[in-house]
Design a protein around this ligand. Structure first.
Ligand code: ADE
Ligand code: ZN
Length: 323
C-alpha cells in the first residue's frame, strides 16, 4: 500500500500489537516459556478462545513502564512508516495489573512510547481504556472508574473488549454511564462474534458514537439503516474478521456493502501480528477487493479523524494534512 495515502486507525489493542519476536525477547529476559502460544515465530491459536489465551500470554510479558514504552513506540513507528498520521490504541489496566504494573506506570510507559514515536515520525496517538467483558461487570466498572478519573491527558475514550458471548450488554451499562459522564468518547466491541442483536443491544444500552467491528450489522438491513441514521462509525477490521473465520475471503466481507449503504466506515488492524494485519494491509486489502482509488482511501482516513476521540484543534490539523 502506497505510503502517500495518509492513514489513521482507531482500533488496535496495544497488547495484541506485540510482534512474536518482541514477545520472545521479553520471554527470554523474564525466563518464561512461550512455546504454548508462539511457534516458528508466529502466534498459534485456532479459535477466538485460544486467541485470547495467546493474547493474555503475550501481555503477561510486558512488566515494566519501559516494556510498554518499547511496545507503543515500535507499534507507532511501524504504522507511521505505512503512512499513518494518527492512531488510537486500546489499553487495558486489567492486563497491566495482572503483569504486576500499576495503572499509572502502565499509562506513563505507553505515553513515553507515544512521545518517542511522535518525535521520531510526527504520528499522533490517543489511548482508550477498555474493560474486559469476560472478566465481568465489576471489573469493567472498575476500569471505567479509572478512566473517569482522567489519569492521563492522552486517555480520551472508554470501551469494552473481550468475549462478546459473555453476559448481556445491559450488565455493563453503568460502566459506560460512568465513562460518558466523565466526558470520554465511547466505543464498544459488538457484532463481531455475535450477530445483529448484539449491535442493537450495544446501541440501546451504551449509545456509543463508534462500534468496535459492528460488521455483522450487515445481516440486518433495518439495523444498517439505523446505524446510518444515527451516524455511528464502524471500526471495521477486515483482516481480523478473515483470520477469525467470520467470512471465507474478502469478497464475502461486507465492508463495501456497508459503505455503499451509507455507513461511516473506517479501517483498523485490531491485533496485527495475530491476524496478519496492519493498517497499511487493511487499506491494500479493500483497495484490491473493490478497486478503491486514493481519494476513496483518503475518505476512510477522513472518517477516522472525524470520529477520533481527540481535541478539536488537533483534529483540524490532522484533517488539514489530508489535503
Ligand atoms: N481483544 C483483543 N482483540 C479482540 C477482538 N478482536 N475482539 C474482542 N476482544 C478483543
Ligand atoms: Zn478489537
Amino acid at each position: 500500500m502506497s505510503t502517500t495515502v495518509k492513514k489513521a486507525e482507531l482500533h488496535c489493542h496495544i497488547e495484541g500489537a506485540a510482534p512474536p519476536a518482541l514477545v520472545e525477547a521479553q520471554a527470554a529476559r523474564y525466563g518464561v516459556d512461550v512455546s504454548g502460544f508462539i511457534s516458528n515465530g508466529a502466534y498459534v491459536w485456532s479459535n477466538f478462545t485460544e486467541f485470547l489465551t495467546a493474547y493474555d500470554g503475550a501481555a503477561g510479558l510486558f512488566r515494566s513502564q519501559a516494556d510498554y514504552a518499547l511496545l507503543a513506540r515500535s507499534y507507532l513507528e511501524g504504522i507511521a512508516a505505512q503512512g499513518a498520521i494518527y492512531a488510537e490504541i486500546f489499553v487495558s489496566p486489567d492486563h497491566a495489573v495482572a503483569a504486576g504494573l500499576t495503572p499509572a506506570a502502565y499509562f506513563d510507559g505507553l505515553a513515553d512510547g507515544i512521545a518517542a514515536a511522535r518525535s521520531s515520525t510526527g504520528i499522533e496517538c490517543r489511548m482508550i481504556i477498555v474493560g474486559i467483558r469476560h472478566l465481568g461487570a465489576d471489573k469493567v466498572e472498575a476500569a471505567a472508574r479509572i478512566a473517569a478519573s482522567r489519569p492521563h491527558p492522552l486517555i480520551t475514550g472508554f470501551g469494552m473488549a473481550g468475549d462478546e458471548r459473555f453476559g448481556k450488554v445491559a450488565d455493563f451499562a453503568r460502566a459506560f454511564d460512568i465513562a460518558r459522564d466523565a466526558g470520554l468518547g465511547i466505543t464498544i466491541h459488538a457484532g463481531e462474534l455475535c450477530g445483529p442483536e448484539s449491535v442493537r443491544d450495544a446501541l440501546d444500552h451504551v449509545h456509543p458514537s463508534r462500534l468496535g467491528h459492528g460488521v455483522r450489522a450487515a445481516e440486518d438491513p433495518d439495523l444498517v439503516s439505523r446505524i446510518v441514521d444515527e451516524g455511528v462509525v464502524l471500526e471495521l477490521c477486515p483482516g481480523s474478521n478473515l483470520a477469525l473465520g467470520l467470512y471465507p475471503d474478502i469478497s464475502h466481507h461486507p465492508f463495501d456493502q456497508l459503505r455503499r449503504a451509507g455507513v461511516r466506515v473506517t479501517l483498523n488492524s485490531d491485533d496485527p501480528p495475530h491476524f496478519g494485519s496492519s493498517v497499511g494491509h487493511e487499506y491494500q486489502l479493500v483497495a484490491d477487493a473493490w478497486g478503491y482509488d486514493a481519494a476513496d482511501l483518503t475518505g476512510f482516513t477522513r472518517t477516522s479523524l472525524e470520529a477520533a476521540f481527540v481535541e478539536e484543534p488537533l483534529r483540524a490539523i490532522l484533517l488539514g494534512q489530508l489535503g
